[in-house]
Design a protein. Sequence first.
Length: 256
Amino acid sequence: MKIYAKTLNKFLKKLAVLSMLVFVLYPSSITPTVAAASGSCFSPSTLGDSSNAPVSNLSWEGNTLENVLGYLGYPNNVGNQLHYQVWTPLNDYTVLDVKAMWDGAADGEVFGYFQSGQFHPVYKKVNVSGFESTPLWTTGQEGQIIIAGKDPVIFAIYDEVQEGGAFRYTQHSLNSLGEKFVAVLPASASNEDYILAFEDVSNFVPGGSDYDFNDTVTRITTHDCYDQIPAPQPPVVTAPSCSNTDYSVQISWPAT
């Protein structure tokens, strides 16, 4: 019996080569990766405000913000405020280095940020009711957080004593009577390296505020930012045209 299938064999070989290429270039299990973005990671906004927070040169415990910053290596920095209130991420993921620089508060406080109306606690200095799972940090301790999404970020502290439990926001309009509870200062020459110095006591309560702005002092530094890259898709493999090829099998029977 003679079988004439030379053309069919050529076609099958082409398909085999294409299949091997697809397997090598696009394996069946592909993990999506991320790539670092270039340039700035945040678009900070002053919301049109250019006035400084009213930092006092007095403090109930004797450590003015100027003294605190000088001790930490940032002298003569109090007058150089940046007035930022809201930070809008420019990428899908933003990685921040956070450092607990100083704690001059008499109350239990929690540092964190708001995004899409939700508070994300980062650290506390003492145990605070309702924040049992929030990490307990000591002065000088630092860590990293990842902010997901591009919704605007508002930094804040929660004070468990003031007004029965109250937030102090970097966005002034969210504070009672629009008070300024934070001084935003440059931590270095980088435009994404900040010191957030919070005041916790309102000036509209009996006794008023000392406005020392040293109750929770935190440094935030942009470490990196990323956009999600979709998993690569395999190419569309088109089989060779069969319109002009005869793939019939010819059989020759022996004569009897």
